[in-house]
Ligand binder design. Sequence first.
Ligand code: SF4
Length: 400
Amino acid sequence: MAPRAPVDEFTGLEAARFGVYVHFPYCLSKCPYCDFASTAAKQIPDERYTRAILTELSRRVEQQQLKGREVTSVFIGGGTPSLWAPRSVATVLEAIGAQLQVARDCEITLEANPGASDAERFSAYRAAGVNRLSMGVQSFEASTLSTLGRAHDGATAQRAFAAARTAGFDNVSMDFIYGVHGQTEAQVESDARKAVSLGSEHLSAYALTLDKASLAEEVPLARQLARGEVQLPPDDTVVAMQRVVRDVFAGSGLQRYEISNYAKPGFHSRHNALYWTGGEYLAVGTGATGYVKAEEPVRYSNQRSAEKYLVEVEAGRLPEANREVLTPLELFEERLAMGLRLVNGVDLEAVCKAFGQSSEARAVTVRHLLHAKLVERRDGRLALTDTGFDLHSAISARLM
Ligand code: SF4
């Protein structure tokens, strides 16, 4: 059984309340759709990067007076963290444990790329304290993987999953992408069926996004799209693909708990739930974004360039690119939009009250949405219906 966590009062979801995010930016190659803070590296500066992480961690714990704070989730994301030497991962987890109070049943996730995975390496991560793996499979189809520029093939992904089991991981997640150039609904269904046949505890499936407005940086595949060299499936096909995924996953006993996330009972991600329920997270590493409420609720983002990040930390500075104090209105809008991503929905009246907003002013909109069957009342909360999920952004905007 996955670790337990407190229940969020506005959504009823078990979620970590304070977590740590550690970013590892290096990859074997750069995928053409990827806008994460990641960089292809022939030689990874493992020791140098680990030292920088330890330095930033201590500095932030001290400056933000977090010493001894209880941590219920740690997420090591990337990039490709499964390229990070297990002894370095162990050192980072030890440092977190020495400065913060890591809960006995803390969820500790590491992201793995099937192309950089083997049972020995996974066993070493497990010995270091990692208890959950999240694998970037994306697809088992050669043509889809090739469009996405992924170096692994479907068989490698299946071997990586088996290696995780051999290493003793009983909490494994896999990520998939649909809505890719040339991809058919039948291929999406085949991916979903293979995914559930492996018996993973948690699956995520996201539609490919190449829209400039929603990307952190322009990516090569978006430029190819603009030049007409690739075409994405039309919106209604993408919606149909999402429904195929939903039906296959649900048919195998996985519960959808968020727009794009499905889990066996008790295995939803406590760390991701923290993001959707307004929890705090200390973030370290290249491009990492953190949110802490010290005297004020502050969100910061680190430098996205790995080299710049290292130089800043080594010069004794915090490697930040942005820092903003969030207003009650921003916190309200985020809580509402994130809560509506959840199948549980969100207690609109309670969130309005907590952030000084009027629920009466939204009553007419809610009535219209209920009438249109885009939302429904679920356990006293306002929740999107299946049709409403397809219109999540527009509905959130109307309620704001
Ligand atoms: S492996 Fe992941 S993080 Fe690295 S470039 Fe590809 S998509 Fe981006």
